[in-house]
Design a protein around this ligand. Structure first.
Ligand code: HEM
Ligand code: HEM
Length: 211
């Protein structure tokens, strides 16, 4: 069998790891993910160029755009969590945050072992939204939530010790969001290069033609 098609080759060999393992995405999930992606990219890119305005400078600077887009980001992140809580037949909150359940942790461990086995045998990592991938997606979502929350706390408590603390945390957690973005987007591209229809699943309804 041609090793360019790692997913087809081992699809039968790797049984589902949990009751919820599937990859169908609703339109609402796609939309809220896209909004989140746009906000986070705007925040990360803008943060590289923005400067604190001088006193008396009323112009709409990148600094102000960062704050208002960030507040909008808080709403988007809240919508993501609320939608994840109410939706059915997609990734559950318990799967995104498996750290408090032994059974879920075992799923993550088993998925990690299975992925390591695949890679050691020269196959690409499984793209089927397993327990490990979902737990990492959850960590990314938590990091972005923390960014939106600390930024908002700073905004509404300006000049207080709480604002100072929140902004210090904002700057530290920013590094985690950068790392998540590169790892998450990079792995998605890797899956796609290996023949997966991972982008169709998350961004547009049409499935990628089988290769
Ligand atoms: C998804 C949400 C957000 C992301 C991903 C984000 C990202 C970032 C990043 C990467 C930095 C640069 C950190 C550094 O200098 O090391 C930053 C700084 C900052 N952010 Fe955010 N941010 C978000 C939300 C917010 C919100 C809601 C506010 C306020 C309403 C805010 C206000 C600020 C301020 C004031 C700074 C510091 C600017 C300075 O250097 O003085 N951010 N943010
Ligand atoms: C930093 C901003 C981002 C955050 C917080 C984020 C968050 C997430 C989350 C939580 C999921 C899982 C959704 C679910 O299970 O219902 C997910 C899936 C996905 N994301 Fe992102 N994402 C971000 C940026 C991106 C970018 C830039 C890309 C494209 C290069 C991307 C591509 C995907 C894909 C393809 C999936 C589906 C993965 C799969 O089916 O296994 N994301 N993302």
């Amino acid at each position: 069998m041609d090793t360019n098609f790692p997913y087809q080759e081992t699809a039968q060999a790797t049984p589902p790891l949990s009751d919820e393992r599937q990859v169908a995405r609703s339109a609402a999930t796609r939309i809220v993910h896209l909004l989140l992606l746009l906000v986070v990219l705007n925040q990360l890119a803008g943060s590289q160029f923005m400067e604190r305005p001088e006193p008396g400078d009323e112009s709409l600077s990148l600094y102000l755009i960062h704050q208002y887009a960030g507040l909008a980001g808080f709403v988007v992140v809240a919508a993501f969590w609320i939608w994840t809580l109410v939706r059915r037949g997609e990734t559950s909150v318990a799967r995104l945050v498996p750290w408090f359940s032994l059974r879920r942790l075992r799923d993550v461990g088993a998925d990690l072992a299975m992925q390591a086995k695949r890679v050691s045998r020269g196959h690409g990592p499984d793209d089927n939204d397993g327990a490990l991938a979902s737990s990492v997606h959850g960590l990314g979502l938590l990091a972005v939530t923390a960014m939106a929350a600390t930024g908002s706390i700073w905004f509404f408590t300006h000049g207080t010790p709480a604002a100072h603390l929140a902004m210090s945390a904002h700057k530290v957690i920013a590094n985690l969001v950068w790392a998540y973005l590169f790892a998450h987007a990079g792995l998605a591209v890797l899956h796609w290069l290996l023949g997966s229809d991972i982008f169709s699943r998350m961004f547009w309804p049409a499935r990628r033609a089988a290769r």
